[in-house]
Design a protein around this ligand. Structure first.
Ligand code: ANZ
Length: 921
């Protein structure tokens, strides 16, 4: 009568949840809070495939579980809605990116709703919505109005700094600033004109415009961040990227380098992600040292090994170094200029990772080693990076491999310096003809030699200790349309903020989404778009990461138009307890978010230093591609097992017309016109396809749409199946072979509550020990599993439990009702339906997670193998304390056993406790 009609059930409960706002948390509550967040998606035109929901399902299970455990749960979803694909589509079609984005979001929402997530949809945000980006712009303004004070180790209002300049100049200022910031007195400050003062302040602001060498991608007409360039080409599209100096908005993330590094110790993140951030920040403790240039001036080098100073046999400048031009001799000029030209177009990453090509040029100039006073040649080479340290190194080929390769190639002196404190080693090296002269460093351990070296440099006034971070300030402008406008206009070349009450500064309409004729960004096309009708606005827009660097706060209070979020509400939710998303954001989004969060913390806007307490990277679900094998020069396809006998070309075939690796021949013929006349060579009557695991992608015809699965087997099956595939963090192929098993499990669960006629029927009888045991060990395991984010193991636990209960023919409410509750995070629709049938009025979402009891878990029975004349014939379970006569009676009366007696009466029944029962007839 009542089948498990998942289509009807799932729609019913999805509607119920939405209409009754079941997942709306209280803004503040007596209950403890739990904030479970997914990395919000970019709504692409292709929609969701089955890989996307993996992390969402996991966080949804946790959210539902936490509600059952009495938490007030914030579990929102929204869209990272600015971005390139919509803009590229706009360039091709002229359709406004807002329209494309809106359509894509609609589809995403529909797909997500089909899966039954417990999102509070009322909080949905879109970064491209003016009511949202108003606050992105507002945060930008706060950054512009702030500088970083190293003495207090936090951001502070730029006005404080102005006051200090007026009183003392910048002599006593200990703040993050550009390397080329001049030292000035209060007088000098007063004597600067408005423009000069503005230029100085830009050197301190946490967001600023500056000439920066950037990754310029001509094909895309925009600047790319370092993490958007892979192997010298753009990550998206694979277009060539060149180095170019441009005036850009920058974010002074370097001011936060040390705190970003230290903060990693306080968060529960995967170690590889932390390690990537550490490497990205790249802290080096070393020294800077001045090498006087013969003639005039000096070169500052950065070294982590000042102890090797006596082995420094030449100096190398980055080709872009500002001194190159000045020191190059006439003879060398032509060569040097040619080299600089070539080096310029290699990206920093390429230069760093390329260890094979050795290139460089002598400048013709010499410098003096400040400690050994030796005269050494000055070269330029592109293995030295302009943007790191001082852009110059003292080369010690005896100890540094890049210097060594370079010295070998150009036949420069290589000397080993054995400070090391090992006299024997020194003596040995001396015998080998290696020059050892570590001067005053002789005999010291490396660590001590570094200390002594720095002390010496300070004493001589030629250097000092220096901590260096590899991380660079982040370029913040993009020459694109579909992003947040920067709330800035220019007056006499000085960037000024618009007024706060003028926010949001909305994107103007333009006629085409391309740069202008004169090469200005698309916003340059906007007609009559001027601040106060006269001042030019900033024409670049913010990068993709702006809107995602604070969005978790907006979810806390998404409709507030007085503030990005109410401070009291922020103080309740604090930060994200669980954050799930892909590992590709390790150094982009996850670093920028931590930076903005710390900045907002400094301004007392938020209450936690770190935004995401725990992070889990879900593994990718890979596609399971299928192949057919076309015989060369024919329209004949041979089945996988026989293909060795022919010369064939493997071709991708749509996985949706293959079932259990058998090709649907009719569907294949209809798939494409050229297949209509296809012929097949079958094996055992079937066409077996080949299989390969690849990235899920349209071009490989291996994309599986969750909608199809939901339609065929239901959202609950999809949810459980995705979890069943394997550990959340693991990469794993999508393989539907096990899906039926999961679906059958749900049917079996359903049947526990129904009699043979399909009528709902549960009994109020007291449960037996075996039933209690099955239930309680399941509660315990599922609770432990969810607490440690192991979801696949719970699914098999549920399966075992339902099998046991089926065998025990359980239909007792006392067992089945708690089981329904613990299943509900995984399969919420079926659980709600059963819950209602059990007579509950309220949603199962707010039931209590049952408490398992130790007393039910203890082994109190044993399953005996029962053999007749030495042959095992059956299994029978007895309580550990069952009386002997009772057991004997039961054995003799059991049909499975006594049919082997052949009508005789047993001579003897041997019972070995907790081992075996043997009947002798
Ligand atoms: C002499 C020396 C001897 C060095 C030795 C290393 C080993 P990390 O640890 O990554 O900070 N260096 C400094 N500035 C550079 C630049 N702009 N481009 C390329 N290389 C640069 O590396 C610091 C070391 O890298 C510095 O210490 C310097 O070489 C080099 F046995 O100085 B060293």
């Amino acid at each position: 009568m009542s089948e498990y009609n998942f289509i009807q059930i799932e729609k019913k409960w999805q509607r119920f949840w939405e209409e009754n706002q079941i997942f709306k948390p209280a803004d503040k509550s007596e209950k403890p809070k739990y904030y479970a967040l997914d990395m919000f998606p970019y709504p692409s035109g292709a929609g969701l495939h089955v890989g996307h929901p993996l992390g969402y399902i996991a966080s949804d299970i946790v959210s539902r579980y936490k509600r059952l455990k009495g938490f007030n749960v914030l579990h929102p979803m929204g869209f990272d809605a600015f971005g390139l694909p919509a803009e590229q589509y706009a360039i091709q079609t002229g359709q406004h990116p807002a329209i494309t984005t809106e359509q894509n979001i609609e589809r995403y929402v529909e797909q997500l709703k089909n899966i039954g997530f417990s999102f509070d949809w009322d909080r949905e945000i879109r970064t491209s919505d003016p009511s949202y980006y108003k606050w992105t712009q507002w945060i930008f303004m706060q950054l512009f109005n702030s500088y970083y004070n190293y003495s207090t180790d936090k951001a502070a209002p730029i006005q404080e700094l102005v006051k200090e300049f007026e009183q003392n100049g910048n002599i006593k200022v200990n703040a993050a600033c550009d390397d080329d910031t001049p030292v000035f007195s209060a007088d000098a400050w007063q004597n600067m004109d408005e423009q000069e003062q503005a230029e100085i302040l830009l050197k301190y602001r946490l967001t600023y415009v500056a000439e920066a060498v950037v990754n310029w991608c001509p094909a895309m007409g925009t600047v790319l961040a370092n993490d958007e360039v892979v192997g010298g080409v753009s990550e998206r599209g694979g277009y060539p990227v060149e180095r170019k100096k441009m005036r850009q908005w920058m974010m002074r993330i370097t001011a936060y380098a040390e705190r970003l590094l230290q903060g990693l110790e306080q968060i529960d993140w995967p170690e590889p992600v932390k390690e990537m951030q550490r490497n990205w920040i790249g802290k080096s403790v070393g020294a800077e040292l001045d090498f006087a240039i013969e003639g005039d001036g000096h070169i500052k080098v950065f070294t982590t090994r000042i102890d090797t100073i006596f082995g420094a046999s030449f100096v190398v400048l980055a080709p872009e170094h500002e001194l190159v031009e000045q020191i190059t001799t006439g003879e060398q000029r032509q060569q040097v200029e040619a080299y600089v030209q070539v080096a310029k177009n290699r990206s920093e990453r390429e230069r760093m990772t390329d260890v094979k090509t050795v290139s460089g040029v002598f400048t013709g100039a010499y410098a003096i080693n400040p400690i050994s006073e030796e005269r050494v040649p000055i070269w330029i080479a592109d293995y030295v990076l302009a943007g790191y340290g001082t852009g110059a190194v003292m080369a010690v080929p005896g100890h540094d491999s890049r210097d060594y390769t370079f010295a070998k190639h150009f036949n420069l002196p290589i000397r080993e310096v054995v400070a090391g404190g090992n006299l024997e080693e020194e003596a040995y090296a001396a015998k080998e003809g290696k020059i050892i002269n570590s001067g005053f460093l002789n005999g010291l351990e490396v660590k001590d030699a570094i200390k002594a070296g720095i002390a010496k440099a300070e004493e001589l006034g030629v250097g000092k200790g220096r901590v260096q971070y590899r991380m660079r300030d982040a370029v913040f402008s993009r020459q694109r349309y579909w992003g947040e406008p920067v709330p800035v206009y220019f007056k006499d070349g000085i960037p000024l903020l618009i007024k706060e009450e003028e926010l949001p500064l909305e994107l103007p309409k333009i006629d085409a989404y391309l740069p202008t004729e004169t090469g200005e960004p698309p916003l340059g096309r906007a007609v009559d778009w001027k601040y106060e009708d006269q001042y030019e606005y900033e024409l670049s827009t913010m990068p993709g990461w702006a809107g995602s660097s604070w969005y978790w706060y907006r979810y806390m209070d998404p409709k507030n138009d007085e503030a990005f979020a109410d401070k009291d509400i922020v103080s309740y939710w604090r930060n994200v307890d669980l954050y799930i998303g892909g590992s590709e954001h390790a150094t982009g989004h996850l670093l920028y978010s931590r930076f903005w969060n710390k900045f907002m913390y400094d301004l007392d806007l938020v209450v936690e230093q770190e935004p995401f307490k725990k992070l889990i990277n879900q593994g990718m679900i890979q596609g399971r591609s299928n192949f057919v094998y076309r015989i060369k020069d024919s329209n004949k396809y041979v089945s996988y097992g026989l293909k060795g006998q022919y010369e064939t070309t493997p071709l991708h075939v749509d996985v949706n017309i293959v079932e259990n690796d058998v090709l649907d021949l009719e569907a294949f013929k209809n798939w494409r016109p050229e297949n209509a006349a296809a012929e097949f060579i079958l094996e055992d009557g079937n066409y077996i396809v080949g299989v390969e695991i690849e990235k899920m992608s349209k071009s490989k015809y291996n994309v599986v749409n969750p909608d199809d699965i939901v339609e065929r087997q239901g959202a609950d099956t999809l949810r459980m199946y995705e979890m069943f595939l394997g550990p959340l963090e693991q990469f794993k192929p999508w393989n539907t072979n096990g899906m039926d098993g999961v679906h059958k499990f749900l049917k079996k669960f359903w049947r526990l509550f129904h009699d043979n006629e399909g009528n709902f029927s549960v009994s109020y009888d007291a449960p037996a020990a075996a039933e209690l045991k099955s239930l309680h060990k399941t509660i315990k395991k599922v609770e432990e599993d969810i607490e440690r984010f192991s979801f696949n193991t719970s699914v098999s636990t549920f399966m075992i439990c339902v099998n046991e209960l089926t065998q025990l023919k359980t239909n007792k409410r006392a067992i089945l009702e708690p089981l329904t509750v613990i299943l509900s995070p995984y399969a919420p629709h079926i659980a709600e339906e059963i819950w209602e049938k059990l007579g509950n009025q309220e949603s199962i979402s707010y039931a209590n997670f049952p408490q398992w009891k130790e007393e039910y878990l203890v082994e109190n029975s044993f399953e005996y193998p029962v053999s007749v004349n030495g042959k095992t014939r059956a299994k029978m379970t007895f309580a550990l304390d069952a009386p002997r006569e009772e057991m004997e009676k039961a054995v003799v009366n059991d049909e499975q056993v006594n049919k082997f007696f052949e009508g005789k009466t047993p001579k003897k029944i041997i019972i070995v406790p907790n081992k075996i029962i043997n009947v002798v007839v």
